[in-house]
Design a protein around this ligand. Structure first.
Ligand SMILES: Cc1ncc(COP(=O)(O)O)c(C=O)c1O
Length: 396
């Protein structure tokens, strides 16, 4: 029965029954004339989630990491300079990927728990008189630390430096859960995936690509085959795919978009804020501390929480799993052993979050944490009672 428990990892997320059913389709011919009727509206409707009218949506059968690779290899050439700040495991891994592709990566080191340093970006861009920097890479929601970065502030920094670099944003763990406005924020490529806010199985990278990035594609010289935007766009133009598409995920995506629009994107964001705020109240009641340094950095999709000195966060997540059959996120990289993570994104309600808080409290009590059993749950209950959610029933 423990397979009925929700997961509290920050993706892949719980898959609602409605989406599991939507992905449960028999093979259909992706070269049949009716495939276009399924696929083209999916691409079109996904634009709304990115907040773009002028950009294109491009998908690949891969995970978010493949989306990072697609972003850089379609727009950059060997030896090009990119500017990026490292403040967690995912910004670190994107840096590593760029380095392995032969890019010159200018890195701004930041403490884990902080976010994208707009002021330092501005200084680096202003100092780049030769305009060598071709792209600024930003992780919107650092899933390892539960930190949300201010993308408009990065855009403002780029504008203040009057620098022509493109801006690429990793929104893998924020899109379809937290506000994202690709056009308004001047994002050139936004990289996401199917298994977080879209509540689907892993297997599809989903990118929003601006006209400026598409223009860069014409001269970019990094090698690409599977991830070539040009092949994908040429095939998509007639409703097709350059190779075999992940058909079941495309059907899932069609239904996921329906669910998101039925709830309303603004309500989706508000729900994520409310769920996250309940978790934050619980953390406070336990007397524990978030990894995110300041309230404006708090992520609404994942909270990374320091365990008290002398405790091992891996023992805590193991206890929750072994004793109660519930998964929480482990501490990644620098945070390993020091912090655990509660994922609160995708298909979740207040009631589900309360069950997660109750479970981690039991695991903490089992391991003699200095917390009062029930204190976090009570704090979240009070918050949820006072900020009751509209009961939204999604059609079956
Ligand atoms: C912010 C962020 N970027 C990138 C990735 C990598 O995505 P994937 O594991 O789908 O390759 C993840 C995965 O959790 C992530 O959270």
């Amino acid at each position: 029965m423990s397979d009925q428990n929700p997961v509290f990892i920050p993706g892949p997320t719980n898959i609602p029954d409605r989406l599991r059913a939507a992905m449960q389709v028999q093979t259909r011919d992706h070269r049949a004339p009716d495939f276009v009727e399924t696929f083209a509206p999916v691409l079109e409707n996904t634009k709304r989630v990115f907040g773009t009218r002028t950009g294109k949506v491009i998908t690949f059968p891969t995970s978010g990491t493949g989306g990072w690779e697609a972003a850089i290899c379609n727009t950059l050439s060997p030896g090009d300079t990119v500017l990026v700040a490292r403040y967690g495991m995912f910004s670190h891994r994107w840096i590593d990927l760029c380095q392995r592709h032969g890019l010159d990566v200018q890195i701004i080191e930041c403490p884990w728990g902080s976010g994208a340093p707009a002021d330092k970006f501005e200084a680096a861009l202003t100092a780049d008189k030769a305009r060598d920097i071709k792209a600024v890479l930003v992780t919107h929601n650092e899933t390892a630390t539960g930190v949300k970065s201010d993308i408009p502030a990065v855009r403002a920094a780029m504008d203040a430096a009057n620098h022509p670099a493109m801006m690429f944003v990793d929104c893998v763990s924020s899109l379809a859960s937290m506000e994202f406005r690709m056009d308004d924020w001047g994002v050139d490529i936004a990289v996401s995936g199917s298994q977080k806010g879209f509540m689907l199985a892993t297997g599809m990278a989903i990118l929003g690509v601006s006209p400026k990035a598409l223009a860069a594609m014409e001269t970019a010289e990094l090698p690409r085959t599977f991830f070539d935007f040009r092949d994908m766009m040429a095939a998509n133009a007639t409703g097709g795919f350059p190779y075999t598409p992940p058909l079941q995920l495309i059907y899932g995506m069609r239904e996921s978009l329906k669910m998101l629009f039925e709830e309303g994107l603004e309500n989706v964001y508000a729900r994520h804020f409310r769920l996250a705020e309940g978790v934050r109240r619980a953390v406070d009641a336990w007397g524990l501390r978030l990894v995110a340094e300041r309230p404006e950095l708090y992520s609404d999709t994942v909270s990374a929480i320091y365990v008290p000195d002398g405790f091992d966060s891996n023992a805590l997540t193991d206890q929750a799993f072994n004793a109660y059959g519930v998964s929480f996120g482990i501490g990644l990289g620098e945070m390993n052993g020091k912090a655990f993570r509660i994922g609160h994104l995708g298909s979740l309600t207040d009631v589900m979050v309360l069950s997660g808080l109750a479970t981690i409290e039991m695991a903490m009590a089992d391991l003699d944490y200095p917390i009062e059993l029930g204190s976090g749950v009570a704090a979240a209950q009070e918050y949820y009672r006072g900020h009751r959610a509209a009961l939204i029933k999604t059609a079956a």
